[in-house]
Design a protein around this ligand. Structure first.
Ligand code: FES
Length: 114
């Protein structure tokens, strides 16, 4: 039987996190999450989740999620909760709390009216 590197026989992530790492030229008309070090943020969140033993979540980079001005854009499924990561040190623990408990963190949810 085929197993993934974590020993699972089928994909059963409790939650799936996408963090935009899209990159644009500095002259582009829209901003990009990559310019806000989103790849490093994604890596830091992965490491923090692993350190906490959250093995049933998948955290990965994504392409542009279309809310570039609100980035770093992050979305958590299955809840479909969108976050703006503005402060890595403060926001990663808050989002990890969501991953651990299933309760979204209100303080770093993306504000679509901005
Ligand atoms: S560049 Fe990140 S949401 Fe568009």
């Amino acid at each position: 039987m085929v197993k993934d590197p974590k020993g699972r026989e089928k994909p059963e992530y409790k939650r799936h996190v996408f963090i935009c790492t899209h990159e644009r030229e500095p002259s582009a008309t829209r901003p990009c999450c990559s310019a806000k070090d989103s790849l490093e943020v994604m890596k830091a969140m992965k490491m923090a989740a692993k350190k906490e033993g959250l093995l049933d979540v998948r955290i990965q980079k994504s392409g542009c999620l279309d809310f570039c001005e609100n980035g770093i854009s992050c979305v958590v499924y299955p809840e479909g909760i969108w976050y703006s990561i503005k402060n890595q040190e403060k926001d990663i623990p808050k989002i990890l709390g969501h991953l651990r408990t299933g309760i979204p963190n209100e303080s770093c949810k993306m504000k679509f009216e901005d």
